[in-house]
Design a protein around this ligand. Structure first.
Ligand code: 5AD
Ligand code: FES
Length: 349
């Protein structure tokens, strides 16, 4: 392979914020010194966000789920999962601790657990907003109706995370049970945007059956959606799922994709994910250096953390929230960035 072409591809991606399929495949798939790509993504991120890394306190409030996604450890059919739900008071206690640690965004994430009615979710959101009006509340609770999303928005929710997982219909069907569809996923994402949520989407890297062409489709879909936040992380098998024997996603490809996303979406809030930190001890630091600018430390009570196991060997399950906060600050510093306690809204340019 003639590698002289790589700097030209990076430059084109930087200038035009897209690349045609064959060029993107070269950038993702050929052998070259990754720093060419990572450094350019880091330049772009510094131009817009400087050295700032935003912290989002993640509260995993239920691991009950009505869905049965084949990759996910908390899928309904995993009888080995030990299920839990946090009460409103427990969630508020997490926020209280998070606030004192400097977090100004709380991300409420859970399985699709219909035990929490719209009324319940709205009351949790509005109680958090009443207590911490200077904070953003992000929901990550899956597919619900337009009316439900609207109610959450009216209750004060600011942001919503819903990864599309894969933008290829046939691939979506291989990762999800019958009854779930890419079409509905996309519909939900457009509802969220319409309702004025800062919206996040994304996909797993190296999920079973994924090809580079599928990843190109993911990038194309994201271009169409123009989300404010984009979360990607390597697929990691969970032993109690049908994909338990599949291999994990590739670190290098994940990092390259973080850089590509930074160049395509300069303004985006891109987390360096827990999954990235799970497949490599310095994965999150590498993610930041490749262009990510968000980390989502765990704020869930320590006694439930092991139970929110989407995949095996997840990190940060033993640490108290304060330890996690301190650990992350050090890691962010060591990578050459600065943890900030700003609410960290998207900077549209
Ligand atoms: N490996 C990596 N990521 C996973 N997710 C779910 N299961 C796994 C897994 N086994 C991701 C999905 C989901 C997000 C909350 O976690 O992309 O949207
Ligand atoms: Fe959680 Fe290091 S970030 S322990």
């Amino acid at each position: 392979m003639d590698n002289d072409i790589i700097p030209a591809l990076v430059q084109q991606l930087y200038l035009e914020k897209c690349l045609d399929g064959s060029r993107m495949k070269l950038l993702l798939g050929s052998e070259f010194d990754d720093d060419i790509l990572f450094n350019r993504a880091d330049d772009v991120r510094r131009q817009i966000y400087g050295k700032d890394v935003y912290l989002r306190g993640l509260i995993e409030f239920t691991n009950f789920c009505r869905n049965d996604c084949l990759y996910c450890g908390i899928r309904r059919n995993n009888r080995n999962a030990s299920r839990y739900r946090l009460t409103t008071e427990e969630i508020l206690a997490c926020c209280k601790e998070g606030y004192s640690l400097g977090y100004r965004t709380f991300v409420l994430q859970g399985g699709e657990d219909m035990y929490y009615t719209d009324k319940n979710i709205c009351s949790i959101v509005s109680r958090i907003k009443e207590s911490y009006p200077d904070c953003a509340v992000t929901l990550s609770i899956g597919e619900r109706s337009y009316e439900s999303y609207k109610a959450y928005r009216n209750a004060g929710a600011d942001r919503y995370l819903l990864r599309h997982e894969t933008a290829v219909d046939s691939h979506y069907s291989k990762l999800h049970p019958a009854g779930m569809s890419l079409e509905n996923r996309k519909r939900c994402l457009y509802y969220l945007k319409e309702l004025g949520f800062q919206t996040g989407s994304g996909f797993m890297v190296g999920s079973p059956f994924q090809t580079l062409d599928y990843i190109l489709a993911d990038l194309e879909f994201l271009k169409e959606l123009m989300p404010d936040m984009i979360g990607i992380g390597p697929f990691i098998p969970h032993r109690d799922t049908p994909f338990g024997e599949y291999k994990a996603g590739n670190l290098r490809l994940t990092l390259r994709l973080i850089s590509v996303l930074r160049l395509m979406f300069p303004y985006a809030l891109i987390p360096s994910t827990t999954a990235l930190g799970t497949i490599h001890p310095l994965g999150r630091e590498m993610g930041l250096r490749a262009g990510a600018n968000v980390v989502m430390p765990n704020l869930s009570p320590v006694d439930v953390r092991e139970k929110y196991a989407l995949y095996n060997d997840k990190i940060c399950t033993g640490e108290e929230s304060a330890q996690c906060r301190e650990c992350l600050e050090k890691r962010i510093d060591a990578a050459g960035y600065r943890a900030v306690t700003d609410i960290g809204n998207v900077k549209r340019i």
